[in-house]
Structure formats: structure tokens, C-alpha cells
Ligand binder design. Structure first.
Ligand SMILES: Cc1cc2nc3c(=O)[nH]c(=O)nc-3n(C[C@H](O)[C@H](O)[C@H](O)COP(=O)(O)OP(=O)(O)OC[C@H]3O[C@@H](n4cnc5c(N)ncnc54)[C@H](O)[C@@H]3O)c2cc1C
Length: 450
């Protein structure tokens, strides 16, 4: 039988909930929840994943979309973290068809690292990543005022949302259940060994419930709101940092991703060519709540001015749009750049909260959460070689076929789900996917009416 994971599948799962038992309920369908869901499902653990919005509609579709070890983390002395990230990067390059290795240029000017430090740093970075390369400085392209030249190094780019959705689909292929637009509104264990979860279906307005032994709180920026629902407590070292990007018309400006330091404040930034656009970012600013933030004029001006120094021909009219996301970070430090980018796990009764998971590091984070699940479930769970990506889109000949496949297999509910979180058109196409909106709307409507 053809694989189906659609709006109709969604409605069936919702109807069947009615207090149904699962070993584990994962709250949050961002990369953190998706990775754990996939790993548990591969072990035959009956698991339910719920997201209050679309899958990946939180931070996991608003990142820089890099799969990387983080030159900056190495520079800050986080060698173990860089090593783990590079190992995961290499795994994803080898085992997926949508994590692409790319050659990055790192620019050297008066605001950047000094060439000797960067030469040594890149040598170590490549070595940890499994390549022996003696970095050298080139000056054939960046020879305008203030630039001494550039070095090259290897990293990777991807589509964060598609990686997240592929992990969720892999869990579904292994028999678990996942529902988008299903908000967890109450979590209660009455001190017993089972937890009851109330769910509000935001599509139909109906509410339901599920019962489970273990709850994974993978709600990213909302980790404290979810924990509070259960115990009334909060994690005091959770810090939220807003990061913004500009999407710019590439106009043939650059081919390779560029890493540089902004002349405005010395912050490391990236310009990443993607299909028809450049994604430029990012900013890093603490905010108080996960529900009040926006991409604003200050972000726009800062990113544009920083990028214009690198691409002097860039024009205001090249700016297409912007976006912002929130980093759910755990740690001390009074400036966002100083807080570690490593993940953190906390246990409260039957809830395992996981935060600070980078897109690149989700497999590692999933494996680290398993000992706690094993203890609470009292059963063995294998982690070796897991989680794996089992879902791959079939090649299609037209947009028609592609959209049909997405509607049938990837549970989009609204056009925006396809435009932003299945096909990445908002980020990678000049028109942000608007030319396909009509077709997507018609096809979704047709599907609903059959
Ligand atoms: C600007 C920026 C750039 C970044 N760049 C990179 C990069 O290039 N590479 C990289 O590896 N990492 C990057 N990161 C980090 C990475 O994107 C995040 O750390 C990661 O996406 C966090 O994933 P998450 O699953 O923890 O959170 P999220 O993706 O936010 O997922 C949490 C989910 O929980 C759901 N939820 C919340 N409350 C409820 C509820 N009550 N019921 C049901 N569902 C609920 C939300 O809807 C959301 O979908 C970047 C982050 C930012 C902000």
C-alpha cells in the first residue's frame, strides 16, 4: 500500500486519541523532538509527537540552515562541542541527499581574525572534521579596500525544516504517531506512574487526551511554559536569544558561502547563497518571552550595512524579506554570544526537558536523552547508529507532482506549511513561493474535498 501521512491521517489519529496510551509523548515537533521521536520509534517504543503549530514552525525553520562545527565555538575553546558537531555534520552529508558539503570563504580584513590565528584554527577545524588541508590565504576576489584576502574551509548547508520533517516521517514509518496543530494545554500525573496530557486540536477546535509513561519536553523556546504546566517550576538558566536574517536577491553576487565579521560590532556573520537568494545573518539579542518578538528595522539595517561592506554593489532594492527565530539556550553569561551552544537535559518527575539542541547536533542530543527514558520506562533502548533518516522524497517531473506528493506524505494543513516548511520556497526563491501559492491552495482544497 502507498505510504500516506496526510491531513486525513491526522484527522484519524486525532479521533482515535480518546485517552489512548503511549509509552512516550514528545511535546514539540522541532528538531529536538523530531530526533528523539525518530530514535524511540526505531526501537518500537510507542510514541506520540505533538506540535502546537506545524512541524518545525518554531526555531527549526528559522535558523541559518548550516550544518556545521562552528568555527566560533572552536575559537571559544569548545573543542569537544566542535568535534561532536563535525562528526554529526559528516554523518548527515554522507547519509542524506539534502545536506550538501560546500566550500566556505572566510574573509580577512581589519575587523576579522588575524591571518595566522585563522590559518591555525582552520587547520585544526578541518583536521577534526577528517580532512588534512594546509589553509592558505587567497586575494584574487576580495581585493577591494580593507580586505587582505580570504581562506577557504569546508562545511555544509541544508534545509532545517525538511531535516526535521524527515525525522518525524521516519518515526511514522516505524509505526509511531505525530500530529501538527495539536497544542498540549494540560499535563497531569496525580503523582502516579502515568501522565495525562490534554490536547487542543487547533484545526477542528476539538480537544482530546493521551496517556503516557514519559513526557519529553522538546518545546525549545517554550520549555519553561511546558514545565510550568506540569510542575509549576521553571528552569532558571534558560536564556532566549533572538537571531534575525535578511533574504536578499542573489543577482549573481556570490557563489560560495562567506563567513566574515561585521565591521559594526565584530560579530561573526554569514552570507549563504541558496538557489535564487542570499541568506544573511545573524543577530544575537536576549529577549524575555518566546511569544513577543519580530524581525525589525534595527535588524534589517544592521544586517544590510554589514553585508554591503562585503558586497559593495548590494542595493536596498535587493532586499526581499527578513525572518527571526529564537535560540533556546541554556547557561550562564550576560551576553548571548557567551552562552554555550551545547544542549542541556533536566528531569522533573516523568518529564525530560531538553533545550539548546542545534540543528546539527540533534542525533547526539536524542541519544543523550535515552538513558533517562530507559530508566523511566524500565526497558532497553538501542541507540547505536540511530536515529536514521528513512524518508526520502521520490523524484518528480513537475511542481504538480511534487505538491501532490507533499500533500499525501508530509501532512501539510495550510499553504504556508508547504511554502515555508516542506519546500523552503519562502527562503530560497526570489518570489518566496508566491507563484506557486495558487496551485498549492487549489491542490489542498481538492484533497480536502475528496
Ligand atoms: C538565528 C538562528 C540561527 C541558527 N542557525 C543554526 C545553524 O545554522 N545550524 C544549527 O545547527 N543550528 C542553528 N541554530 C540553532 C537551532 O535552530 C535551534 O537550536 C533549534 O532549531 C532548536 O530546536 P528545538 O526543537 O529545541 O526548538 P523549536 O524548533 O522551536 O521546536 C519547539 C516546538 O515546540 C512546539 N511547542 C511549544 N509549546 C507547545 C505546546 N504546548 N504543545 C505542543 N507543541 C508546542 C513549538 O510549536 C515548536 O515547533 C540557529 C538558531 C537561530 C535562532
Amino acid at each position: 500500500m502507498e505510504f500516506e501521512f496526510s491531513l486525513k491521517t491526522r484527522n484519524k489519529i486525532i479521533k482515535g486519541l480518546n485517552g489512548k496510551y503511549f509509552d512516550v509523548c514528545v511535546i514539540g515537533g522541532g528538531i529536538a523532538g523530531a530526533g528523539i521521536f525518530n530514535l524511540l520509534s526505531a526501537n518500537g517504543v510507542s510514541t506520540l509527537l505533538l506540535d502546537k503549530g506545524d512541524f518545525a514552525s518554531g526555531t527549526s525553520s528559522y535558523s541559518s540552515k548550516l550544518i556545521h562545527g562552528g568555527i566560533r565555538y572552536l575559537q571559544q575553546g569548545h573543542i569537544m562541542l566542535t568535534r561532536e558537531l563535525l562528526r554529526e555534520r559528516n554523518y548527515l552529508i554522507k547519509n542524506t541527499n539534502f545536506v550538501e558539503e560546500r566550500e566556505f570563504n572566510i574573509l580577512i580584513d581589519n575587523y576579522s581574525w588575524n591571518p595566522l590565528t585563522i590559518r591555525f584554527g582552520l587547520f585544526v577545524y578541518e583536521l577534526i572534521g577528517g580532512k588534512i588541508r594546509i589553509p592558505r590565504m587567497y586575494n584574487d576576489k576580495y581585493n577591494y579596500e580593507g580586505f587582505k584576502g580570504y581562506f577557504t574551509y569546508t562545511d555544509a548547508i541544508s534545509d532545517d525544516a525538511y531535516l526535521t520533517v524527515s525525522n518525524i516521517l521516519s518515526g511514522v514509518i516505524n509505526g509511531s504517531k505525530a500530529i501538527n496543530y495539536a497544542e498540549v494545554t494540560e499535563i497531569n500525573d496525580a503523582e502516579s506512574d502515568q501522565v495525562e496530557i490534554k490536547i487542543a486540536d487547533k484545526v477542528t477546535g476539538i480537544s482530546g487526551k493521551a496517556v503516557c509513561k514519559v513526557v519529553i519536553n522538546a518545546t525549545g523556546p517554550w520549555v519553561n511554559e511546558t514545565l510550568k504546566m506540569y510542575t509549576g517550576e521553571k528552569i532558571s538558566n534558560l536564556k532566549l536569544s533572538k537571531g534575525s536574517h535578511l533574504i536578499i536577491d542573489n543577482n549573481g553576487y556570490i557563489k560560495n558561502p562567506i563567513a566574515f565579521k561585521s565591521h559594526l560590532d565584530g560579530r561573526q556573520m554569514f552570507i549563504i547563497p541558496r538557489d535564487e537568494t542570499l541568506i544573511v545573518g545573524t543577530t544575537d539579542k536576549f529577549i524575555d518571552t518566546p511569544d513577543e518578538f519580530a524581525f525589525d528595522d534595527e535588524d534589517r539595517n544592521y544586517i544590510f550595512k554589514s553585508a554591503k561592506r562585503i558586497i559593495p554593489d548590494l542595493k536596498e532594492t535587493d532586499i526581499l524579506r527578513g525572518y527571526a527565530g529564537i535560540r533556546p539556550l541554556y547557561g550562564r553569561g550576560n551576553s548571548p554570544g557567551r552562552v554555550t551552544r551545547d544542549f542541556h537535559i533536566e528531569i522533573n518527575r516523568r518529564m525530560i526537558s531538553i533545550m539548546g539542541v542545534k540543528i546539527t547536533n540533534y542525533r547526539n542530543a536524542a541519544r543523550h536523552s535515552i538513558p533517562y527514558v530507559k530508566r523511566l520506562l524500565k526497558r532497553n533502548i538501542e541507540t547505536r547508529g540511530l536515529p536514521q533518516i528513512l524518508y526520502q522524497r521520490k523524484p518528480t517531473k513537475s511542481n504538480d507532482e511534487l505538491i501532490d506528493q507533499v500533500i499525501m506524505n508530509e501532512m501539510p494543513v495550510y499553504p504556508e506549511d508547504i511554502i515555508k516548511r516542506r519546500l523552503g520556497l519562502f527562503f530560497f526563491k526570489k518570489d518566496g513561493g508566491e507563484s506557486l501559492r495558487n496551485l498549492i491552495e487549489i491542490k489542498l482544497k481538492e484533497y480536502k474535498s475528496v
